[in-house]
Write a protein that binds this ligand. Structure first.
Ligand SMILES: [Zn+2]
Length: 497
């Protein structure tokens, strides 16, 4: 049957994707220095084979004869949707001109090098023309694929299927106004929160053990998962029952390692569960990074930075690090891990100020793709917006637009998924609490019940729904910024009196 043939082909391509994930994972963790060059060639070859299979005329003809045949209507609805999803993905890929795709790969590889230099030295003379070219090429890709309203939508779709800028813009505008108000109030409180004890020497092995112990409480089965160390923490799926996560532990900063372990743990739970429910279906992926991020941030922030979680876990931590935490109370600790401090650097930001960084980047991406501003004036734009949002100017270009790796790597349309993830996580919390009662005393049993709720309402659907559809189905409301704002006000106005 033609349906089976199509699914088999897609699963073969998926297997090549798993092989690529394994090669990339190894490259970030174990590869000897001299293996890097030949590894790049292996990755390039397999990527090409997988891509050729995806855009092959044979596969596309099978898809068309399946969807155009009279039997199609007789397929069960789930299978019809599977084929239509594959059709959309294949058509999108087939519309991209091969030369343009190669040109982007070449330009981003050069840009990554120049970006590293520019970030170090602050001299962006060689980098800026490359960045200009990346935005120009991405615009060409959007034109080739086609759009009805805004070329930026085509790029957003790569990271969150069917996401449109017209949904994001009003959401982010309202969010910005309310965030600025909250931050002003926190600053006006003049309350000083002590957090120096988080920066004392924390034994790396003990940190590793403590993190793993919490992940096991999440119910992560370490027969289907492993954790390693890498410079930038990430999660990758190598097979249906094989998800790898990494963390980065710093001896002088407890927060960094522990919260990145929780963050990747959230991604891992989602990946394992999706595969478990949908295994060989094309929906056994998470095609919305906003949803993916909502889960990592749910465990990192909503659970991991909550009073209810530490009420049940602070004593265990204190026993491990008695030399650092002897005179620290649960209350001191909770406030320290939630300290609000405006920073020019996105990745060093707290739960409240973080989203202003994303709002700035999202608006800038949309303006650049739509030629409302020129790449050459990117630094001026950044200065002006930083002053308006944070009330300070970045001191250097490395504190300004050179801080993130994303654009050099061609990742345009990726940033908004971070903030959408935060908004979704708070809306999910609200829906969960409406059914389960307040999530304020997070012991082991509660933790398992929370994960069961997520499994039933979010994880099991994979990418059957778009992010906005799934939010509506699981919370009974369209995505709004209001639950996130309420969450921030409840939490931070109490911390800052
Ligand atoms: Zn993440």
């Amino acid at each position: 049957m033609i349906y089976n043939e199509i699914i088999n082909s897609i699963n073969e391509i998926k297997n090549l994707g798993y092989a690529l994930s394994l090669l990339n994972w190894d490259q970030s963790i174990f590869i000897p220095k001299n293996g890097v060059m030949s590894r790049a060639n292996v990755i390039e070859t397999i990527t090409k084979i997988a891509h050729d299979m995806l855009i092959s005329d044979i596969l596309y003809e099978k898809i068309l004869s399946c969807t155009e045949s009279n039997d199609f209507k007789n397929l069960e609805e789930f299978k019809q949707k599977e084929i239509l999803k594959i059709k959309k993905d294949v058509e999108k890929e087939r519309k991209k001109p091969t030369d343009l795709v190669k040109e982007i790969a070449k330009t981003t590889s050069l840009a990554m090098n120049e970006w590293e230099q520019a970030k170090k030295t602050g001299n962006d003379e060689k980098y800026l023309p490359l960045l200009n070219k990346i935005f120009k090429l991405k615009k060409e890709i959007a034109d080739a694929i086609g759009f009805s309203d805004n070329p930026y939508d085509v790029l957003l779709d790569d990271y969150d299927e069917n996401l449109k800028y017209k949904y994001i813009e009003p959401l982010f505008n309202s969010l910005e106004n309310q965030l600025v108000e909250i931050i002003n109030k926190i600053e006006a409180s003049k309350k000083h929160i002590k957090d120096d004890f988080l920066l004392r020497k924390y034994d790396k092995n003990k940190q590793w053990e403590f993190g793993l112990c919490i992940l096991k409480k999440f119910g992560i089965n370490f027969d289907s998962c492993r954790q390693d160390i890498s410079t930038h923490p990430f999660t990758t799926t190598i097979g249906e029952y094989d998800v790898r996560i990494t963390t980065n532990i710093s001896e002088n900063n407890f927060i960094k390692g522990f919260f990145s372990t929780l963050h990747e743990g959230g991604h891992c739970l989602y990946e394992l569960s999706v595969n478990n429910h949908l295994n060989s279906s094309p929906f056994a992926t998470i095609s919305s990074l906003s949803l993916h991020e909502s889960q990592s941030r749910f465990f990192e922030n909503i659970i991991g930075r909550s009073y209810g979680f530490w009420k049940n876990h602070f004593n265990d931590l204190k026993k491990l690090f008695i030399e650092n935490l002897n005179n620290v109370t649960l209350d001191d600790f909770y406030k320290a891990i939630n300290k609000v401090k405006k920073s020019p650097i996105r990745t060093e930001s707290d739960e409240v100020t973080y989203n202003l960084h994303i709002i700035l980047r999202t608006q800038l991406e949309n303006d650049l793709i739509n030629d409302k501003i020129n790449v050459n004036s990117i630094n001026d734009f950044w200065h002006e917006r930083t002053k308006k949002l944070f009330n300070f100017y970045p001191k250097t270009k490395s504190e300004s637009y050179l801080q993130d790796i994303h654009w050099s790597d061609g990742l345009i349309g990726y940033f908004p998924t971070y903030t959408l993830g935060n908004l979704i996580s708070a809306q999910i919390l609200n829906a969960m609490e409406n059914q389960m009662g307040k999530v304020n005393d997070i012991n082991d049993e509660k933790l398992i019940n929370i994960i069961k709720w997520l499994d039933k309402n979010i994880y099991k659907h994979g990418s059957f729904y778009s992010s906005m559809e799934l939010v509506k189905i699981s919370t009974n409301k369209d995505l709004t910024h209001e639950y996130f704002i309420d969450y921030l006000k409840d939490k931070f106005f109490e911390i800052y009196n």
